[in-house]
Design a protein around this ligand. Structure first.
Ligand code: CUA
Length: 335
């Protein structure tokens, strides 16, 4: 009993979580889940019936008679007629089952391909090995460039246009929708539709080089009001530092290597090789979901990213201890 309940418990626990295709968080994945569970139940019933019939045939003590083996020459006898009837009805049942799933699968596919008339548009650009996220607005001056976190409102479809700067990546947020590739020189697109606020985890799902496994993307679903507030906040320029160490840190950022690869809105840093850092302190993780965004991890990442994510484009930075402290102080003000 104890073993059975613990197996049940872990089976149920494995049906939930922030990166779980069996824990749908929106209409598209919910319809895929209905299809999956229906297929699983029907297939299980058929499997049990087939295995049961095979066992029954193998273990049955009934001996074959000569008549069983005789070919149908003129008219089938009573027994043969019964067998033909059984085979015909089972073939009929198979055809009906397959047709049912053909229509069901087609209906789900059609629903997923439906395009809403209006939606928020976000561009998601894959890089080795991080995500650039651009929130598009009809007013080009309101374009927001962010990185390594995807924020969307709940309760409405959001169009995500997928591009790549280098190799093929794939965007997969299992709770919300299936995979779609990011292909260099081509724009693909999908619609995310999440029901309610929550935090999910997307993962690059196409092998894209050494650090493919460390290319995750937290997906944060806000209520509509919270999303509007987040967007307004995220569009604000980088905060001006108040205390002296952060002010020194800003100088380190601008004079050193940081600004040649990273951008800060409202500050003279325009690098595009690495993620935009205007609001780095608000992110939960660094290095594309690799580490929690803590002071220690940030310091370790700046000094020696190659030991954390070997092959990443960011080089090691030999900074004096004081400069590193000041630089982290400054980055921590960038909320
Ligand atoms: Cu990007 Cu795998």
């Amino acid at each position: 009993m104890g073993v059975a309940s613990s197996i049940m418990g872990s089976a149920l626990a494995s049906c939930s979580g922030p990166q779980n295709v069996l824990d749908p968080a929106g209409p598209p994945n919910r319809s895929i889940n209905h299809l999956f569970w229906t297929m699983l139940v029907v297939a299980a019933i058929i499997w049990v019936a087939v295995v049961g019939a095979a066992l029954w045939a193998a273990l049955s003590r009934r001996r074959r008679t000569r008549e069983d083996l005789e070919p149908i020459v003129d008219a089938p006898n009573e027994e043969q007629r019964r067998h033909v009837g059984i085979v015909t009805s089972l073939v009929g049942a198979t055809v009906v089952t397959l047709l049912f799933f053909l229509v069901y699968d087609f209906t789900v596919g059609r629903a997923l391909a439906e395009r809403p008339s209006r939606s928020l548009t976000i561009e998601l650009i894959g890089h080795q090995w991080w995500w650039e996220v651009r929130y598009i607005d009809p007013d080009p001056s309101k374009l927001l460039v962010d990185a390594n976190e995807l924020h969307i409102p709940a309760g409405e479809p959001v169009q995500v246009k997928l591009k790549s700067r280098d190799v093929i990546h794939s965007f997969w947020v299992p709770n919300i929708i299936g995979k779609r590739d990011l292909i260099p020189g081509y724009t693909s697109s999908l619609f995310l539709h999440a029901d309610k606020p929550g935090v999910y985890r997307a993962q690059c799902a196409e092998f894209c080089g050494l650090e493919h496994a460390k290319m995750a993307l937290p997906v944060i679903v806000h209520s509509r009001a919270d999303f509007a507030a987040w967007l307004a906040e995220a569009r604000s320029p980088a905060a001006e530092p108040n205390d002296s160490s952060a002010k020194e840190g800003k100088k380190v950022f601008l004079a050193g290597a940081c600004s040649s690869c990273h951008a800060l809105t409202g500050v003279e840093a325009y690098g595009t090789i690495g993620p935009d850092l205007t609001h780095i302190a608000s992110r939960k993780t660094i290095a594309a979901g690799t580490l929690p965004n803590t002071r220690g991890n940030l310091g370790g990442w700046i000094v020696d990213p190659q030991s954390i994510k070997p092959g990443a484009r960011m080089p090691s930075n030999q900074l004096a201890a004081k400069d590193l402290r000041n630089l982290i102080d400054y980055l921590e003000t960038l909320k």
